[in-house]
Design a protein around this ligand. Structure first.
Ligand code: SAH
Length: 213
């Protein structure tokens, strides 16, 4: 598959759709205009890649809806050079958005098939996260902590404590919390022990799974 002018035109329209739903950060909208989402998906979905919808990827997972990606990214309030941990790499689309915002990205995926596939794709496309880890993101990445931002792209039954402890003071965790549906939460670390919690709308994600061993 290639990236053509037609794809670019569809991306501009997608950015308008996402903006009309309330996304304001110009850097996030620019990322949507720039990143060739169709290349992150199976070729059979190519014709749908610029609809504002989630689609299946490998291993029964989904590429998140562009609006959701934009919403979570906006909530993270990233500055260039920020260290960001992403749990649930999936197709790598959200990763590419974070890289476009010039974050230093650490990303974790627990499905081996997807991990391998996306690893090859990152290499092919020249996307360079600081680290791409195969494993359970429930535990975070203590050896690289603390982070300015942590983003979870799967529905968490509860907020993993490890992720809170790996935030810098002032750092933000953006996480959808719930089982069937999820409430988008942003938890900001105000001091060593104090966390501010804000909740936003309802979303629907595949589950965040914990590897119990
Ligand atoms: N941002 C991705 C979303 C993929 S769906 C995209 O837009 O493509 C969520 C991903 O989280 C899935 O790939 C799933 O395998 C992964 N996941 C679920 N539980 C996880 C865990 N504990 N650690 C790491 N990844 C996990």
């Amino acid at each position: 598959m290639k990236d053509t002018l037609k794809h670019r035109g569809m991306r501009n329209q997608l950015a308008e759709v996402v903006a009309a739903k309330g996304i304001e950060d110009p850097r996030v909208l620019q990322a949507i205009r720039a990143i060739p989402r169709h290349l992150f998906m199976d070729s059979s979905f190519e014709g749908h890649a610029y609809q504002d919808k989630a689609f299946p990827i490998a291993a029964d997972q989904t590429i998140s809806q562009p609006y959701t990606v934009a919403f979570q990214t906006e909530l993270l309030e990233i500055q260039a050079g920020d260290k960001v941990l992403e749990i649930g790499t999936g197709s790598g689309y959200q990763t590419a958005v974070l890289l476009h915002l010039k974050a230093k990205v650490f990303t974790i995926e627990r499905q081996l098939e997807l991990f391998k596939k996306t690893n090859l794709f990152f290499k092919k496309m020249g996307y360079r996260p600081k680290k791409y880890v195969f494993g359970d993101g429930y535990k975070g990445l203590p050896e690289e902590a603390p982070f300015d931002g942590v983003i979870v792209t799967a529905g968490a039954p509860e907020v993993p404590k490890a992720l809170l402890s790996q935030l810098k003071i002032g750092g933000r965790l953006v996480i959808p919390v719930g089982t069937d549906n999820q409430v988008m939460m942003r938890i900001t670390r105000k001091s060593e022990k104090e966390f501010e919690r804000e909740s936003f709308g309802t979303f629907r994600f595949v589950p965040l799974l914990e590897d119990k061993n």
